[in-house]
Design a protein around this ligand. Sequence first.
Ligand code: SF4
Length: 209
Amino acid sequence: MNENIVKRNALLAQKVIKGLQSRNMAGYYAENKEDALQLALSLIPEGSTVTMGGGMSVHEIGLPAALKAGNRNFIDRDEWEDKRAAALMAYDADVFLASCNAITEDGELVNIDGNANRVSAIAFGPKKLVFIVGMNKVCSDVDGAIKRARNVAATTNAQRFGLSTPCSKTGACMNCKSPDTICCQFLITRFSRQPGRIHVILVNDSLGF
Ligand code: SF4
């Protein structure tokens, strides 16, 4: 990575972390994926029950594989036939892993969901949330974050899942009401009433989309 981008990421991350702290959330900065993995593991006590709701970034730092190899009870929904049962278990988990579709410089998290299992668990349920967020997802404000969530994250996911949506064909959000749309629920996490519940690890890398 270009050294000027590294410097910029380190400075910008401190601004985001201050924003998160002002919203009763904890922020951390990892200089690379390996540091992010070790930081995430330090936030997940041994013996805890851990679930997740998708999240390419979580996989990209190798967290699910490390949890399976360690002494945590990691519930891998991909291994469950009954996806609804797996999703419902998330609400009573000790730790829920996620990324976000975008985060503002002032620490607001923006997520879009089709089935809503991910955004509902972020809003309520799991005792602790650990977000893995590449610096590519930092946006200046909520408007910019929603635009990113629609035009980058949702559009790419629609293509990834082979959905029949306008964005799958054009590469841009057309604000559709297609039966296949994955933009059903928008969640802006602007404050946590429970101190110690939400932890955001910003990573000096481009993770997810
Ligand atoms: S609203 Fe429709 S067109 Fe826009 S990103 Fe979502 S699925 Fe794609």
